[in-house]
Design a protein around this ligand. Structure first.
Ligand code: 3HC
Length: 679
């Protein structure tokens, strides 16, 4: 196999190029090649400087994640980085695309970093449950200071070249001309100058002078980091960079890295990394399927959902025509969208020009005819089959041939909706999650007759608008809500049997969810779908509505809320539940947190198994993607199916049996055979 690393001499500069598609991951052959290239530069007296660059779409995007867990093959990345830094000829990293993780560490080991303006640099290891493992936590603070290093190491979000230049991570931005040529000239300009070695720099002393920065950082980001192991390790490593020598700091980083690498969180998060990418692929649709060009989108409904969906396309620069039945609803909808954009601008995440740019792409209308030339129309109207069918029949009449007609339904039968049209092949479900401009998940529902190009276009489009998509077959509630209903069933039953509803919520919070089912009910509004007859009470939820407890918006639902929306359990609700339970003939008893957790989560796994068995999800990992992105399942457990694999399917089956809950044949067989859902 030819080496992915090649070298060429350009005058007195050795240009070292990596060509390891798709992302120049630093696998063994790349590491070997880099090390040899540095040795070559060292031993060739004609070479006075070195440029390290990559062909293809990006600079090194990190260590090769597929090598994790396999026996290590030298040279290691730390060794390669040390060799680069030790070079007595100046080494320049020429960065385009993304210099991530190990890629950023290679750049840190180089003596200079130059980048094109749209390049990004970062240390995203924390998103794989890790910290940088090639001295990134030690070199970065020495170069840019602990305070600037913390967000990069601990939050893992890459920063643009300009920002990187602002903190001293990038020395020069190449705005015109060829990056390679610029790097060669830059390298030549440094010949003979003192060589700046990152490991010898002392900017890390800011954290020693002001140790509060670490606690402040933790306090500021605590909510986002709750439950994750790696961020704390990242903070400890950056702190160590200020307190220890480089060699000791590297040792500390290695200890922390190894500990994390052996833990379940990192395994779960690596699983998720590949799961997200796999979810975008459809097994029986060829990858070269010709896509439908979506240049203009129509949205029906300017409510919370319709507006949120529209914002995704506007933000991606795709014009949207938004239809409502009445002018005031249309005005209200566009007003909310503008306000949302302006709030984003206030937080510094958008400029005023971008707000105007997005809003200028919006055409509000009261006429179906204005949707005629859309390439995709998504309806977000009331969840009722007759209403949806009426809308689709109308769309079929007015919208041009070859356009995709999509429903945002969260549980209705897409195949039945498609019968209202003469183009069932062009009908698909695009289930967005509320708030649709924020939530990452897009459940793409594939109808029986949905064409391959329609499906492939939806998957591509999901990436364009920054969503994570997973495909579901047609079944009530699709993947996400179908599993959610099993959890809700148990939550409702548990409180009738005596579990305190706040304990049910707490169990899920402790597991890592952002909120529990009763908090979620209060937030959404308990009166959604309520018949408004206070004398007809058949559920606890209806009993709460009858008592005027509609949820957070009313200041009371399951919980009482103060002005700051802090929740406290309510005696009135406790009594309502106890009375209701008595009326239903439920005997109340003490229920342990373990029982609550098992009864909430195991039936979801069982339902996931049925979904897989029926072919409603292509793979177990797609289910994980749905639950992590749509329902706040904690990423560090890898999603419901990976979590079940981790605790063992037999444990799940035994738990279900212990609580007299159904076990599907598919789950039972897999558990019996000692198998996992995920390979
Ligand atoms: N190792 C192995 N494969 C990788 C990879 C990596 N580091 N990064 C991406 N890939 C693969 C993907 O799995 C995907 O494969 P597929 O086509 O078979 O599905 C392919 O490369 C393309 O990736 P994307 O679909 O993600 O392409 P995008 O263009 O959307 O994104 C990217 C490119 C921004 C580079 C993105 O792939 C990414 O964020 N990669 C991971 C970066 C990362 O986490 N680096 C740190 C690794 S850990 C580390 O470096 C440890 C060190 O400190 C010791």
């Amino acid at each position: 196999m030819p080496s992915p690393i090649s070298t060429e001499k350009q005058g007195n500069v050795l240009v070292v190029t990596s060509d390891n598609p798709p992302v120049n991951a630093l696998g063994q052959a790349v590491r070997q090649g880099l090390k040899e290239a540095i040795e070559q530069a060292g031993s060739d007296s004609d070479v006075e400087a070195v440029v390290i660059r990559c062909d293809g779409r990006t600079f090194f995007a990190g260590a090769d994640i597929t090598e994790f867990g396999k026996p290590p093959q030298g040279p290691s990345l730390p060794e390669v980085c040390d060799a680069i830094e030790a070079s007595d000829k100046p080494v320049v990293a020429a960065i385009h695309g993304t210099a991530l993780g190990g890629g950023c560490e290679v750049a840190l080991a180089c003596h200079y970093r130059i980048a094109v303006a749209d390049a990004k640099l970062g240390l995203p290891e924390v998103k794989l449950g890790l910290i940088p493992g090639a001295a990134g936590t030690q070199r970065l603070p020495r170069l840019v200071g602990a305070e600037a290093a913390l967000p990069l190491v601990v939050m893992g979000n890459p920063i643009p070249a300009k920002k990187a230049q602002g903190i001293g991570l990038v020395d020069h931005i190449v705005t015109d001309g060829d990056l390679k040529d610029a790097a060669i000239s830059f390298a030549q300009s440094k010949i003979g100058a003192d060589i700046p070695r990152t490991s010898e720099m002392t900017n890390n002393q800011d954290g020693v002078k002001n140790p509060d920065i670490f606690d402040d950082f933790r306090a500021k980001n605590g909510r986002k980091l709750r439950g994750f192991d790696a961020p704390n390790a990242g903070i400890a490593a950056v702190k160590a960079a200020g307190e220890m020598s480089f060699a000791e700091g590297v040792k500390k980083e290695r200890e922390l890295f190894t500990q994390l690498m052996m833990g379940t969180q990192s395994a779960a998060m690596q699983h998720y990394f590949f799961a997200e990418r796999a979810a975008n692929k459809i097994d029986d649709v060829p990858s070269d399927t010709k896509l439908i060009d979506v240049k203009k989108v129509g949205i029906i409904g300017a409510g919370t959902m319709g507006g949120g969906i529209a914002m995704n396309f506007l933000s991606a620069g795709i014009p949207v025509t938004m239809l409502e039945m009445k002018q005031d609803a249309l005005d209200r909808g566009t007003g909310v969208m503008r306000k949302n954009y302006e709030n984003t601008a206030k937080r510094g995440r958008m400029t005023e020009e971008q707000v105007e740019g997005a809003m200028n792409l919006l055409t509000p209308t009261l006429s179906y005819d204005d949707l005629a030339d859309c390439d995709l129309v998504i309806e977000a109207v009331y969840e009722n089959m007759d209403v949806k069918k009426e809308v689709f029949a109308k769309l079929d009449e007015v919208v041009k041939d070859g356009a995709i007609l999509a429903s945002n339904t969260s549980y209705l039968d897409i195949d039945e909706i498609a019968t209202a049209t003469k183009r069932p092949g062009y009908v698909i479900g695009l289930h967005f999650f509320s708030p649709a401009n924020v939530m990452k998940l897009l459940e793409v529902v594939r109808g029986e007759k949905t064409r391959d190009d329609v499906l492939a276009t939806a998957m591509k489009l999901s990436k364009t608008i920054g969503k994570v998509a997973a495909v579901s077959g047609v079944c009530p509630g699709f993947i996400g809500n179908r599993m959610l209903s099993k959890r809700q069933e148990q939550a409702n039953q548990l409180i009738l049997e005596g579990a305190n509803y706040w304990e049910v919520d707490d169990v899920l919070l402790e597991f890592g969810f952002p909120m529990g089912p009763f908090q979620m009910g209060d937030l959404a509004g308990l009166d959604i779908g309520w018949h408004r007859d206070p004398n007809k009470v058949t559920t606890v939820r209806e009993a709460l509505c009858a008592a005027g407890r509609f949820g957070q918006k009313a200041g009371k639902g399951f919980y009482d809320y103060d002005e700051a929306r802090n929740r406290t359990p309510s005696d009135e609700v406790k009594k309502i539940i106890a009375d209701f339970a008595e009326k239903e003939g439920n005997e109340q008893r003490d229920i342990s947190k373990d029982e609550i957790r098992e009864r909430l989560l195991y039936p979801m796994v069982n339902e996931g198994a049925k979904i897989l068995d029926e072919g409603m999800a292509q793979r177990a990992s797609d289910i994980d993607v749905v639950w992590i992105n749509g329902y706040g399942w904690p990423l560090y457990t890898g999603g419901p199916m990976f979590w079940a694999d981790t605790i063992g399917l037999k444990t799940v089956v035994d738990g279900l049996k212990k609580h007299d809950l159904p076990v599907s044949d598919y789950l039972a067989k897999k558990a019996e055979a000692g198998e996992r859902f995920n390979k």
